[in-house]
Every structure is written in C-alpha cells, then in structure tokens.
Write a protein that binds this ligand. Structure first.
Ligand SMILES: Cc1cc2nc3c(=O)[nH]c(=O)nc-3n(C[C@H](O)[C@H](O)[C@H](O)COP(=O)(O)O)c2cc1C
Length: 181
C-alpha cells in the first residue's frame, strides 16, 4: 500500500516539507504530488493521504488547494485515511495561524475521511487559529518556517513516527525511517 502526499506551495516551504516527509516515510511507499498538477481523480487511487497546505492572506487556503477543494465531493475521501500538515507564520499572522490546515481537515472530514495525526499546540505562540481540533491540539502538524525553521525537521520526524503508530492501529503497516533530522 502506498501513501499519496499532496501539497500546494506558493514560495516553496510546503514543498520542501513534503519532500522531507517523503524521505522520512520512504520513497518506496510515498508518491508526491503538487496539487496544481493533479485532478480529483487522485482520491480514488490511494487509501492513505497526507495533505500539505500553507495559509495565505488572512487565513486563506493556498490558491491551488482552493481550486481543488471546490472539486471535492462529499464522498471522494470515503473511508480514506488522511493526515494534514500546515505551514504558517505565528508572529506576523498570529490571528490566522495555519488556518488553512483546519479548513482542509474539515473538508476532508466532510468528504468521508478518517483523520489522523493531530498535534499539540505546545511550543507555538499565536493569538488565534481555525486549526484547533480541540483545546491544545491542531488538526495536524503545524510548521513555521518563518519563525521556527530550526524545529521543522524534528517536528516532522516525531510526527511521522506518530503517524506510523496510528496507521498500525488502523491495521496498515509501513516501515518508517526513524530520523530525518
Ligand atoms: C502575504 C502573506 C500572507 C500570509 N498569510 C498567512 C496567514 O494568514 N496565516 C499564517 O499562518 N501564515 C501566513 N503567511 C505565512 C505563510 O503561510 C508561510 O510563509 C508559509 O511558509 C508559506 O508556505 P509556501 O512557501 O509553501 O507557500 C503569510 C505570508 C505572506 C507573505
């Protein structure tokens, strides 16, 4: 079984993290896609997805994801396992920190997905976020290449090990390289 990592990226940060996740999980089990280059038929081709999205302009989805979300119908992710990661800037955009990750996660749930990979808010300093799934947890992995770039590799490494454990609990087995830092 393979995982599709699908990312949108305007200035390259989310793309770089997508490659990091691919190398951490293993190139043999991860196919990488820029959401700009694919259409919604991708969702029938895999059982497991990782979506990566940066937030732009006061809490908006990255523009290519915006287009894709409009094409996603209410069953397109039925019973698919989905994890999300989001890029943002907690200092300059602290009232909208990684909002797009929440938008995308809620869309995935509305399309029938089983969501995994929630991530604690500990260590981030922001005013508000539409990406909170519950108190003290984001829907997925929040990353800040603008203010905390030195933490990205370790956060990714911990998250993919967490995902691996969640996959096992759901009866899916992948072999994970332990460290991408
Ligand atoms: C004009 C502008 C608007 C932004 N808006 C937000 C925002 O609303 N929320 C947030 O968390 N980050 C915001 N950011 C930060 C970006 O999400 C961040 O730089 C991200 O790493 C960009 O990812 P990309 O290179 O994959 O496009 C903004 C950045 C710029 C330059």
């Amino acid at each position: 079984m393979k995982i599709a990592v699908i990312y949108g990226s305007d200035t390259g940060n989310t793309e770089r993290v997508a490659y990091l996740i691919q190398s951490g999980l293993g190139q043999d089990i991860v196919d990488l896609y820029d959401v700009y280059a694919i259409d919604s038929t991708i969702f029938s081709q895999y059982d497991v997805f990782i979506f990566g999205v940066p937030t732009w302009y006061d809490g908006q989805l990255q523009s290519d994801w915006e287009l894709m979300v409009k094409k996603m119908n209410t069953t397109c992710l039925n019973q698919r396992i989905v994890a999300v990661f989001g890029l943002g800037d907690q200092e300059n955009w602290g009232r909208y920190f990684v909002d797009a990750m929440g938008t995308l996660a809620r869309k995935a749930l509305a399309c029938g997905a089983i969501l995994v990979g929630k991530w604690p808010t500990f260590g981030y300093h922001f005013e508000q976020s539409q990406s909170l799934i519950e108190e003290n947890y984001f829907y997925g992995l929040a990353l800040d290449e603008d203010q905390q770039p030195e933490l990205t590799a370790e956060r990714v490494s911990i998250w993919i090990n967490q995902l691996s454990a969640e996959f096992v609990n759901l009866g899916i087995h992948f072999s994970v390289i332990k460290n991408v830092a």
